[in-house]
Design a binder for this molecule. Structure first.
Ligand code: NDP
Length: 287
């Protein structure tokens, strides 16, 4: 029987993860099935435990459950421990006691950094970066952005206290640490601006000034949709040199999750092309 995996979220219907993992399984010759699980907003743990009881081997965790997944995991990878957010759970069992010891890791940040540096071709070393948003995804990418050598990392969020909490969580790191900043205090001067909010999922964007966006070399929206969202359209209009949605990040973080589960890191180039075509097709009106 195929090994079962899933993505758990709310909403989750838009997720392309099942398609990506089907490509990875084919390329690597692994026998697995990957599904979508819509969890009630107050039912993340029940949903995951049911899937595990039914024989599931692991899950990806998406909006808004990454902090709950962090709390539920018994063992953590270094990136998840640093991020205090988990996007990949592997349902390990202790071989001696038979006890469930779910392992949590965070692959979002690795995915973002690989996409920006390897696919888009923008080196992050020495770049000045602005992260908008302070949810699970934002927590996940701070460590890897700092590890990539950004010279400055500011964090702005609609609810300022959450940006402050994010900055405080990384304040003890050596070297560059994130600084919280109010959205209306932002001034031009960022090379890379990453929209890590979920505003795109509801057809909105974070409220950034045109002058801030226009001065950037790259505006990157973690959400992805068949057509560019409000944030990317505003950045293009404002004169930002390059814009990208988060599809490449999605493929890269999925490859890293596959590695956590299966011990093999699948190649991503052809899969990115195939999934981009699949997303584009969603924008094409059907008869
Ligand atoms: P969370 O629910 O944990 O956090 C949501 C964040 O978005 C908060 O900072 C929230 O601000 C902000 N926000 C929500 N609505 C608005 C709005 N209308 N205007 C401004 N800010 C808003 O979600 P996640 O962090 O888990 O995910 C964020 C996004 O990133 C999602 O769209 C997700 O799909 C995407 N993502 C993509 C990945 C990829 O691989 N491409 C990987 C991970 C995430 P506040 O605190 O004020 O509520």
């Amino acid at each position: 029987m195929s090994d079962r995996y899933a993505v758990v979220g709310n909403p989750v219907a838009h997720s392309l993860s099942p398609s990506i993992h089907a490509h990875f399984a084919r390329i690597t010759g692994h026998d697995l099935r990957y599904e979508r699980l819509l969890a009630p907003l107050d039912g993340f743990v029940e949903t995951v435990e049911r899937f595990r009881a039914e024989g599931g081997r692991g899950v990806n965790v998406t909006v808004p459950f990454k902090h709950e997944a962090f709390a539920w995991a018994v063992r953590l990878g270094a990136r998840a421990a640093q991020a205090r957010a988990v996007n990949t759970l592997r349902f390990d069992v202790d071989p001696e006691s038979g006890r469930a010891v779910p392992f949590g890791e965070n692959t979002d940040g690795v995915g973002l950094v690989r996409d920006i540096e390897a696919r888009i071709g923008l080196p992050l070393k020495g770049a000045s970066a602005l992260l908008v948003g302070a949810g699970g995804a934002a927590f996940g990418v701070v460590g890897p952005l700092l590890d990539a050598g950004v010279s400055r990392l500011c964090v702005a969020n609609r609810t300022a206290s959450r940006a402050n909490a994010l900055a405080a969580a990384f304040a003890q790191r050596a070297g560059v640490v994130p600084q919280a900043i109010a959205i209306d205090a932002l001034r031009p001067g960022y090379d890379v601006i990453v929209d890590a909010t979920s505003s795109g999922l509801v057809g909105e964007g974070p409220q950034l000034a045109d002058e801030v966006l226009g001065a950037a070399q790259l505006a990157y929206e973690m959400s992805y949709a068949p057509l560019p969202g409000v944030f990317l359209r505003q950045a293009s209009r404002a004169g930002c040199a390059r814009v990208s949605d988060g599809l490449g990040m999605l493929v890269e973080q999925a490859a890293e999750s596959f590695f956590v589960w299966r011990g093999v890191r699948p190649p991503t180039d052809t899969v990115y092309g195939a999934v981009r075509a699949e997303l584009d097709a969603r924008a094409t009106p059907h008869e």
